[in-house]
Ligand binder design. Sequence first.
Ligand code: NAP
Ligand code: GLV
Length: 309
Amino acid sequence: MAILFIAEGDDPADYRPLLDQELGGVDFRIWPEAGDAAEIEAALVWKPPAGVLRRFPNLKAIISLGAGVDHVFLDPELPRGVPMVRLVDRSLTEQMCEYAILGVLRHHRLLPRYEALQRAGEWRKYPAPDTERTPVGILGLGVIGGAAAGKLAALGFPVRGWSRSAKALPGIACFHGAAGLSAMLAECRFLLCFLPLTPETRGIIDRTTLAALPQGAYVINLARGGHVVDEDLIAALDSGHIAGAMLDVFQREPLPPDHAFWRHPAILLTPHIAGLTVAASVVPQIAETIRRARAGKPLANVVDPERQY
Ligand code: NAP
Ligand code: GLV
C-alpha cells in the first residue's frame, strides 16, 4: 500500500526518508506519478488540486501538511467519509507564538519609531509603555491561539480571547459566539487572528470589526488572508483608526506585486512564514496516523467536516 505526496511548494525529499525510517519502508509516490490508484492509502497534502483526492478508492486518511485545512476544503469533490487530519505540532505552535509576541512587542515598544530616529541620527525618548493597561485580543483560542494567549498574559498584557464555544482559560478573559465578539473587541489595543478559515470566519476582520476596536489599535493576522477584507483594512489604516498591521497571510499567495499592502507605510508583511512545518518535527505524528489508519484505529486531530476545522 502506498502514500501519495501532493503538496504544492513542499519538498518530498524532506518527508520520504523520514517516513521510510518511521514506517520501516514506504511506497512513497509523488503526484502526478500516483501509479495504481487502488494502492494509495494515505495522502499528504498542501493545496491539492481539485478533483484529485476522489480518484483513490482505498484512501484511509487525508493528512494536511499544516495546522490549517482550508486548502483541502477548496476541493468541491472531496471524497466523503475519508478522515481528514491536521497537524498539531510543538514547533508550529512555538513559531506562531514567537511571531505573535514579536509583532506585539515591536509595536508596543515603538521599534519602528526608534529605527526611524536612528536613521535620522536623532536621540529622543518616547513615553514608557504601560503593559498592564494594554489589552490584547485573540481571535481563536485553539491549540495555537490558546498558547499565544497564555504567553502574552505571562508577559503582563491583559488578554481577551474569543472562540466558538465557551472556554475558561486561566488568566484570560474569555468570550464566545457572535455576541461575545464586539464585547471582546472594545478596548483591545492589539487584535491577533488565530482562527481557522471557514465559511463562518471568512472576512471576519472587516469594517465592523475594525470599527469596534479603539482608535489606534494594531492588527496582526497570522491565520489566513481570507479573514481580512483587504479594502476595509486599508481604509481603516488610511483614516488613522487602525495604527498599523502586521500580516503574514494573504487572500492570494504570493501576494500580487501590485497589491496595495506591499507599499502601505503602516503595514509590515511577511511571506507566510509565521509557522513553517518542520518535517522532522511532524513526521512521527504523520507516521502514527498512517499506522492507525492501516489498522482501522481511531485517528488523532481529525477535522470536523461540518465545522471545517
Ligand atoms: P484550532 O486548534 O482548531 O483552534 C481554532 C480556534 O478557533 C478554536 O478556539 C475555535 O473555537 C475557534 N473558532 C473556529 N471557528 C470559530 C468561529 N466561527 N467563531 C469563533 N471562534 C471560532 O486551530 P489552531 O491549531 O490553533 O490553528 C489556527 C489556524 O492558524 C489554522 O487554522 C491556520 O489557518 C493558522 N496557521 C497559520 C500559520 C502561518 O504560518 N501563518 C501556521 C499555522 C497555523 P472552539 O475552541 O470553540 O472550537
Ligand atoms: C500554515 O499555514 C499551517 O496551516 O500550518
